[in-house]
Design a protein around this ligand. Structure first.
Ligand code: G3P
Length: 223
């Protein structure tokens, strides 16, 4: 199982890197917009400095046509390093580009997946990760668990090395459901991670343990 951070916020990345086994940082133009238009590649290099060399960064192309996607991928790899995952929307042009990029040794994340057929074609095109958009699928009355499970079954049956990194979560139940359905990875916003650990019952349990220890031994430490 892999947990990635769906954010380019430097403070959030610095914080969460300390607390969780961070398996990646994912971004898209909407996520980039939240950082207020700082010079893009400089910003990605700051993310790289924060996470180190072993944590993959997923950076999305802007072009929508085949040649443009290849050119964007080359630029991203040149600016951000060989280990960068190129996020390519799973369109017709995107699928063609994914095949070329894989032939050229790129790491590729097929993104904006709403339907099983997109995922199946991306698997066959050679994508390393598939990013189904869980919440957006539910908004459209598409069953994300069924799609994720179907993709997972094909990956297992065909012994593909491709992984599913489920994305677009609006609550933690969706994250759990994506993993239960077969997603090997999830990318989650810092706010959702925070919500998962900020439940008052958790703090109360920890406080109660501390009080009981102190009441028993009249000290707050083990020895
Ligand atoms: O990683 C893709 C994801 O960021 C899309 O999420 O919240 O825009 O549906 P959202």
């Amino acid at each position: 199982m892999e947990f990635m951070l769906d954010s380019l916020n430097l403070d959030a990345i610095k914080t969460w890197k300390q607390f969780i086994p961070l398996a990646g940082v994912t971004s898209n133009p909407t996520i980039t917009r939240m950082e207020g238009g700082k010079p893009f590649f400089q910003h990605i290099r700051q993310v790289r400095d924060l996470v180190g060399d072993s944590v993959p960064i997923h950076v999305q192309v802007i072009a929508q046509d085949y040649q443009g996607i290849l050119a964007d991928a080359a630029r991203i790899r040149q600016e951000c390093g060989l280990s960068t995952y190129i996020k390519v929307p799973t369109t017709k042009e995107g699928l063609a580009a994914i095949q070329s990029l894989k032939n050229d040794g790129y790491f590729v994340t097929a993104t904006a997946i709403y339907t099983a057929i997109q995922g199946l074609l991306a698997i066959e095109a050679g994508a390393d990760y598939l990013a189904p958009y869980f919440n957006r699928m539910e908004n459209l009355d598409i069953d994300p668990e069924m799609v994720i499970h179907q993709l997972w079954q094909v990956i297992e049956r065909e012994k593909k090395s491709c992984k599913i990194v489920a994305a677009s979560f609006k609550n933690l139940a969706q994250v759990s459901r994506a993993i239960a359905a077969g997603a090997q990875a999830v990318t989650v916003s810092p706010d959702l991670l925070e919500a998962g650990l900020a439940h008052p019952s958790i703090a109360k349990a920890v406080d109660d343990f501390a009080k009981d220890w102190e009441a028993t031994y009249q000290r707050t430490s083990l020895d």
